[in-house]
Ligand binder design. Structure first.
Ligand SMILES: *Cc1c(COP(=O)(O)O)cnc(C)c1O
Length: 379
């Protein structure tokens, strides 16, 4: 029996059509994209096309798109590179939303150890970072503000345009981690008004280990990996041509199918929730109007989330107790505690996230299994 995969916020399977487009660059066209000979030029041509493609999809210029080895690296670079550039202007305070991914939070913690001041921007009970939470924290010492476009645990979509406008009024640079938003909503860097934005390929059916950082022309940032002159001298390292091609093709397909995806995921999410409606003591965390259709974060009263994930797994259903990075640990989710949950309540919360290959039938079956498991665990 194939597993029913309901953990798409952690990663998605590689789309076979995308794999086909990557294969030539793993085989015949293996040249180093920086080599001046024919094989190198062919590889560079593919990288250029991928950059043009990603730039067009987010309404940026090709020279504003930098490829990285994933979302974590793009986030690290934006936060650390942005902070050190801001320091040169005498701005050493960073405002970081309380619900950021660990890739952003841990980068900020590293900066705190290096003498930067890190201040958390709180969120409301729906997991949203409101303007009146950011406004009082801004002053002329703030160098960088980071608020993700959509949260990976709750799907809460953030008011990025308005937050970025506020940050700019105070002279700060605004970065948004759009890794979880990109598969489910259109992104236009001009309309959003952001200075930096990160993407990760494996969240939209592309290969793992490949990401991108948009850096608006004119925005100051320090380089991230020293070595060769790749990525305009800011991020050295031989380009992973096949992965970059995969990222661009996967993102293109994603954007083309957005309306259909929204419809499909909304149906699947509703089907799972309907299946659980026979139970009491189940509440949806976040999931407000306009939030991502892909994620269902539930509190199941009286059930430990690690026990639930384990029991579902035994029944062939993959779900999560929080973000993949933290769910192996017994720590309660920082996202949920920021939303006002106690640690005990946060440990009753699970994340179910849907994807384009899920069928309504398998989702209904999974919900039935969840009901049996919850009844058993509640004793
Ligand atoms: C998955 C994820 C990341 C990390 O991206 P990787 O490519 O896995 O390193 C960063 N931010 C968010 C919101 C994510 O969901």
């Amino acid at each position: 029996m194939d597993a029913v995969y309901l953990d798409h916020a952690a990663t998605t399977p590689l789309d076979k059509e995308i794999l086909e487009k990557m294969l030539p660059y793993l085989t015949e066209i293996f040249g180093n994209a920086d080599s001046p000979h024919a094989l190198g030029r062919k590889a560079m041509n593919a990288v250029d096309n991928a950059r043009d493609c990603v730039a067009a999809l987010i309404n940026a210029k090709p020279n504003e798109v930098y490829f990285t080895a994933g979302g974590t690296e793009a986030d690290n670079w934006a936060v650390i590179g942005g902070a050190y550039a801001a320091k040169e202007k005498g701005r050493t305070k960073l405002l970081i939303s309380a619900i950021e991914h660990h890739a952003v939070l841990a980068a900020a913690e590293k900066l705190r150890a290096d003498g930067f001041e890190i201040v958390q921007i709180p969120v409301n009970e729906g997991g949203r970072c409101e303007l009146n939470a950011l406004e009082p924290l801004l002053d002329d010492t703030v160098g960088l503000v980071a608020v993700m476009a959509a949260n990976n645990e709750t799907g809460a979509v953030q008011p990025i345009k308005e937050l970025a406008d506020l940050a700019h009024k105070a002279g700060a640079v605004f970065f948004t981690d759009a890794v979880q938003a990109a598969p489910y909503m259109p992104l236009d860097v001009k309309a959003l008004g952001v200075d930096m934005l990160s993407l990760s390929s494996h969240k939209f059916y592309g290969p793992k280990g490949c990401g991108a950082l948009y850096i608006k022309n004119g925005v100051k940032i320090k380089g991230h990996v020293v070595g060769g002159e790749q990525e305009r001298g800011l991020r050295g390292g031989t380009t992973n041509v096949a992965a970059v091609v995969g990222l661009a093709e996967a993102y293109k397909k994603t954007v083309e199918n957005l309306p259909q995806t929204t419809e499909t995921l909304t149906t699947l999410r509703k089907a799972f929730l309907d299946g659980l409606s026979v139970l009491d003591g189940i509440t949806v965390n976040g999931g407000n109007e306009g939030d991502l259709p892909s994620v269902l974060n539930l509190r199941i009263e009286g059930v430990n989330n690690a026990d639930f994930v384990y029991s579902m797994d035994l029944q062939g259903v993959c779900v999560a107790a929080g973000s993949a990075c933290a769910s192996a640990s017994i720590k309660p989710s920082h996202v949920l505690t920021a939303m006002g949950f106690t640690e005990a309540q946060a440990k009753e919360c699970v994340r179910i996230s849907f994807g384009k290959y899920n069928t309504e039938e398998e989702v209904r079956e999974a919900a039935k299994k969840a009901v049996e498991i919850i009844n058993r665990l509640r004793g």
